[in-house]
Design a protein around this ligand. Sequence first.
Ligand SMILES: C[S@@+](CC[C@H](N)C(=O)[O-])C[C@H]1O[C@@H](n2cnc3c(N)ncnc32)[C@H](O)[C@@H]1O
Ligand code: SF4
Length: 443
Amino acid sequence: MSESASSGAVDETAVGSYFVANYPPFSVWSADAATSVATPALQSPPSNAALGMYLHIPFCRKRCHFCYFRVYTEKNAAEVQSYLDVVAREWELYAQHPAIADRPLDFIYFGGGTPSFLSVRQLKALIGRLEGVTPWDTAQEITFECEPGTLTEPKLASIRELGVTRLSLGIENFDDKILEVNGRAHRSPEIFRAYDFARSIGFPQINIDLIAGMLGETHDNWKACIDKTIELSPDSVTIYQMELPFNTTISSDILKGTGGFSNNVANWETKRQWVAEAFEALENAGYTVGSAYTAVKNPAHTKFVYRDRLWQGADLIGLGVASFGHVSGVHVQNIDSWGGYAEAVRQGQLPINRAYRPTDEERLIRELVLQLKLGTIRPSYFQNKYGVNVRTQFSEAWTSLNNDGYLARADDDLVELSREGLLRVDGLLPRFFLPEHTNIRYT
Ligand SMILES: C[S@@+](CC[C@H](N)C(=O)[O-])C[C@H]1O[C@@H](n2cnc3c(N)ncnc32)[C@H](O)[C@@H]1O
Ligand code: SF4
């Protein structure tokens, strides 16, 4: 999972996971724990953590060659509707459990896949049914991920009316040739049309996703992408470094050696350099770098509640096929097949496929590594919550980061990564893992 583990001695972008989304690694979660641990946790009284809802909308117009998410591109309208019915039923089932019943929702996230693939009618029906169970007026943030080519003006207006506060546009790149080579369904005119209209109707927050190192990317084109991003002036910009987990089309092409793609993904050093330049340009334009992946125009106003709550151990119910969640101290993941997921829900069962109850030490490590992605952590937060001095408990890891030049500051108030450390943070986080979780499969 670490960068070096996935790419061998050289720095090329080889097949393997890089991004650390959770801890302990998903490979130690088990089917046994789904019944022996998750079920009793849901039957017990609620925790006092914040509660969020994630809805996985697994439909896309096309599968991008680099995508590693669970998505479907061939489902017809009836199948989409049946999926949405199952998702709504899943929430009704959760709401009958003591750990969830009557709890207010603090944040909601429509992810995918492509939530904006849904029609206005489908969206209104889904949200109406979910709100019939739990009102959404307590939610501080409702995020909605969009692929620009799926957005019409009436659809955007409805998304706004439905209460979405944070619109996230998967732009990835502004160059039509690069979009095509990477299998994206949208082209640049759709970006500008969607963005301008979204801005004009007053979404409180618009985020743009970019990927550094798409197939065919060049330095000049990347600089042009950053210039265009700054011209659009979104509230926040998220920049991912292209990775190639096993389940992408590019990865299987590489593994089979079929040579289906004539362009390569840039190596890690180049991608870090491109993100460093993007961050510098964004900072010169008034943005603040708020994490390894994000720059924010106005940090006082622009928050990312979903990310921050999650990285501080909130409860999250992940609805939909293959979704991840965390409830009452237990990690859970849903069944990852279309039929198996729907069948379980239709039988009145929660479709949890694997689960894991982290120990206190593992929960501490989870929060520590996730919060390190912000670039700074506060030792007092961990002292108050876990009674642990993270500076002494993880002294070996801090020393190694310091020796490698990845720490900018380390005292009792704040530990801060250097920019070089921040740009490669996912490759550094395994240094904090327990020995039994290093050098094992991540997913
Ligand atoms: C679920 S998608 C966002 C919504 C919509 N599906 C879209 O792509 O426009 C989440 C984001 O993950 C990022 N992403 C997907 N595959 C990636 C990969 N292999 N490496 C880095 N980032 C990736 C893209 O930036 C994408 O916008
Ligand atoms: S990157 Fe987005 S649009 Fe492309 S296949 Fe993945 S989820 Fe769908």
